[in-house]
Design a protein around this ligand. Structure first.
Ligand SMILES: [Zn+2]
Length: 332
């Protein structure tokens, strides 16, 4: 079978590319197997239309055809080897082009709908995820295994959801079931550096979605959420906490234990009375030092607890204490 592509598409020999395209688009729509299921005549016609377009849309092939004429083009044309009819079964013919012509892009906006054979290789899409960590993990750094599920363009059909079936008929892509995209589970060990702030984003290069145009994977953007802590609140590099001490510890002074990020520290209360609400500083017990910043401090606000019940004996002692150490004018 050697067809006259001009006749098949019904265009003049001098028709420009836009006219060829328009003619092809109109006929391909009309005879597309999807529009004519189970109709072998339409299927055959569709193949002819496709082949005609294959020749006329390629300037080199078109010129050879014009120069050699129909018979010679099929026998000797194309570098002396004769015209190779597109292999519909192996998809050697650019069906993708037809599909994009006919159906447009399935992923409008991300660029994968461009004619992939001509498109610049571009990176896949960036993927966003969130990771909740404790204040301690944020302060000291940690290592975690991130598991991220996302969809990425099906490489088999380049996102179009269509494959070339037997006899050149388009059918659902078997890899993605016609969805054009596939679920991808990315699991990777990630180091979370020390000193991260709530809402900070870590960019893991090349761990995002892939792109069939060959530009490599996009990035994975991890938004780090620091969970509120029961003991500490954070102000930059510094931490603060509240510590309950008894009235007697506050009055007599001595050593008390304070929780820190990494364990415990001791705090010396002065002898002779510490007021409720006193703020004391433990130097260097905030967030650890980084190459850029010195370590932060831990601020401890003391909460002095009073006894809630006093025996009659205790009352007598407190009364005599009030006499020997009066605080206000009326106690004297
Ligand atoms: Zn697919």
């Amino acid at each position: 079978m050697s067809l006259d592509p001009y006749k098949v598409l019904g265009v003049d020999k001098n028709a420009d590319m836009a006219t060829v395209k328009a003619a092809y688009r109109k006929l391909a729509r009309q005879y597309h197997p999807d529009m004519n299921p189970g109709d072998p005549v339409a299927e055959n016609k569709f193949k002819k239309i496709s082949e005609a377009y294959d020749i006329l849309s390629d300037p080199t092939k078109k010129q050879e055809y014009d120069n050699l004429g129909r018979e010679a083009f099929y026998e000797r044309g194309f570098g002396g080897t004769g015209y190779q009819r597109p292999d519909f079964n192996k998809g050697g013919f650019s069906f993708e082009e037809i599909f994009s012509e006919l159906f447009g892009s399935r992923h409008s906006g991300d660029g994968s709908g461009c004619r992939s054979s001509h498109a610049e290789p571009r990176k896949g899409e960036d993927v966003n995820t969130k990771l909740a960590i404790s204040l301690k993990e944020a302060a000291l750094g940690t290592e975690t295994t991130l598991k991220v599920e996302f969809f990425e363009t099906c490489l088999a059909c380049r996102g179009r959801g269509l494959a070339v079936g037997s006899g050149g008929q388009p059918r659902s892509c078997p890899s993605c079931g016609g969805q054009g995209r596939l679920k991808h589970l990315q699991s990777l060990k990630t180091k979370i550096p020390a000193g991260l702030k709530d809402g900070q984003i870590i960019r893991l290069r090349g761990q995002g979605a892939s792109n069939p145009t060959g530009g490599g994977r996009g990035d994975l953007l991890v938004e780090v959420l620091v969970k509120p802590d029961l003991i500490f609140t954070r102000q930059g590099k510094d931490l603060s906490t509240e510590l309950s001490v008894s009235l007697y510890q506050a009055l007599l002074g001595g050593m008390v234990e304070v929780p820190t990020l990494t364990g415990r520290a001791t705090l010396k209360l002065p002898s002779g009375g510490t007021q409720n609400g006193t703020r004391m500083r433990l130097k260097g017990q905030g967030l650890p030092a980084t190459p850029k910043e010195a370590a932060g401090d831990l601020y401890v606000t003391l909460k002095v607890l009073l006894p809630t019940k006093l025996s009659s004996e205790a009352k007598k002692i407190v009364a005599s204490l009030a006499k020997v150490a009066p605080l206000l004018e009326e106690e004297k």
